[in-house]
Design a protein around this ligand. Structure first.
Ligand code: SAM
Length: 228
């Protein structure tokens, strides 16, 4: 579970200081950063749970990904290229935040999210990023509608195993064809096997996986399909 979002994207209630050192105070504003972060994380958990209860197959998780997992997702993203970095299924922004922390410029980041409530929150939380409401499985069309025909890296938290194998193959193949040689389609999953075996991909690719990230609940692995 991720409990670390600083930018809640929400109005903060006025607060009283209890005099403890973690409270910053000016003559007009008092903030409680640790409490705000905790509250923001709890609100994200509640949002996820609500969306999972009504759309379990699309939401795919009961809570946002934790920091250990999101940092692992972001660690090999290409931050040198001028091409866009595409994120699929940003949810409440746990991976988005890790991508920005890694050094992806917000203007370069294009996040495709299906759920309109999550899109609204993401636009508030990450006003400089490009939040595209649309279907990640129609990847080329969704990106082309926004003028994107190439990407440096594509980072996905989509719950791929809720879709048939043919859809997964089509998505990964489309993603690889959008990237130059060396570009990676990065995907996490909680499963023992990769979402698509390398032998099932018609487009040339190499596949590697991270060790299990036990600090995430549930433990997850990051799969990297590299365009060759
Ligand atoms: C497991 S959650 C991951 C959220 C976030 N990235 C994280 O790691 O905490 C999957 C996200 O994918 C989104 N999603 C599912 N199907 C989608 C689709 N076809 N197109 C775009 N987003 C989709 C869901 O709405 C949800 O926000």
């Amino acid at each position: 579970m991720g409990k670390g979002d600083d930018e809640s994207g929400e109005e903060r209630p006025s607060q009283e200081s209890d005099g403890s050192p973690e409270h910053c105070q000016t003559s007009h504003h008092r903030t409680h950063p640790r409490r705000d972060r905790l509250l923001s994380g709890l609100k994200d958990d509640a949002r996820f749970l609500k969306n999972w209860a009504s759309k379990p197959l699309t939401t795919g998780a009961v809570s946002p990904s934790g920091k250990a997992l999101t940092e692992r997702m972001a660690e090999t993203v290409n931050i040198q290229s001028d091409l866009p970095v595409v994120e699929l299924g940003p949810g409440t922004g746990a991976v988005t935040k890790a991508l920005l922390k890694r050094g992806v410029k917000p203007q370069r980041l294009f996040a495709v999210e299906f759920n309109p409530d999550f899109c609204k929150l993401l636009r508030k939380r990450f006003p400089e990023c490009n939040i595209l409401q649309g279907d990640a499985y129609s990847l080329k069309k969704t990106l082309k509608d926004h003028g994107i025909e190439e990407a440096a890296s594509i980072v996905s938290s989509l719950p791929l195993f809720t879709r048939p194998l043919a859809d997964r193959i089509q998505l990964i193949n489309a993603a690889l064809s959008l990237m130059p040689k060396g570009g990676e389609f990065i995907q996490f999953s909680y499963a023992l096997v990769p979402p698509v075996k390398i032998s099932e991909l018609p487009h040339g690719s190499e596949l590697t996986s991270s060790p299990w990230i036990m600090l995430n609940l549930p433990p997850a692995r990051v799969w990297r399909y590299k365009a060759t």
